[in-house]
Design a protein around this ligand. Sequence first.
Ligand SMILES: [Zn+2]
Length: 286
Amino acid sequence: MDCEICHGTRWKSVEIDGVERLVRCDCWRSAVVDRLLDEAKIPKRYDHAELSTFKLKDGSSPPEAFRYASNFVAAFPVVDRGLLFYGPHGVGKTHLAVGILKEAIRSKGARGYFFETRDLLRLVRDTYNRSVDETEMSVLAPVLNADLLVLDDLGAEKSSEWVQETLGLVVNTRYNAKRATIFTSNLDDDLPNTDLRSFIYQLGARTRSRLKEMCHWVKIIGPDYRDVGIDATDREIADWEKNSPASPKNLPADARPKSMARARLKSRDSGTQYELNWSGGKAGSK
Ligand SMILES: [Zn+2]
């Protein structure tokens, strides 16, 4: 349907200092935003994921992770660092990353791109197959060139020399081009180098240290929203902590997250520790 202001011309006249000028109509802007959102390839399941729908259990103080997200969007594209949200499954890392991406597209017209790390690696690997028309570079180009990239679930793919090299290429290229990237990961940085769940084991020391240079590391800890529901009450969270097999309280001792106290000490050099109303972490330190 034609726009009521411009009747489909996409231009409207405004008076600036007494002179009539033509400027882009608002409908043009919203058409551009719609196209950019479409091109960002955000999976359908994140349709609801917005910064405005990101809720945290602790409503009292402005949550650190959310503040990083808002500040990033406000400053974009003049940002010297991206963000790396890490922590256990289901605490809202991808929700936050997608919310940032959408907001940067809407408010700044960013050319953004969302990719799950595992899918990206699969697509690149597929190009080695002769029956596939695309080249490695045609798959990687939008990832390397996007104004803002969300690379979701870093480290979900079983590590290998090839995986490390391919991810290293993405990370390095974006670093050198000063393009902002938002990563999410279930990996941990408080584990020994030999642990499968550590950044250094999965990505290699070089890429990990590059990530330290190019991102603010924000650790998010909390109950799994997919278990407790996004609007869980304190009571429900307490029940989850007590009863869920996924609760750190119920994990075997060697799989439990480090105590909050030790993690906080660590966070002085490794990024930001943000506690998502997670009393289980404190209890685990006893
Ligand atoms: Zn219009």
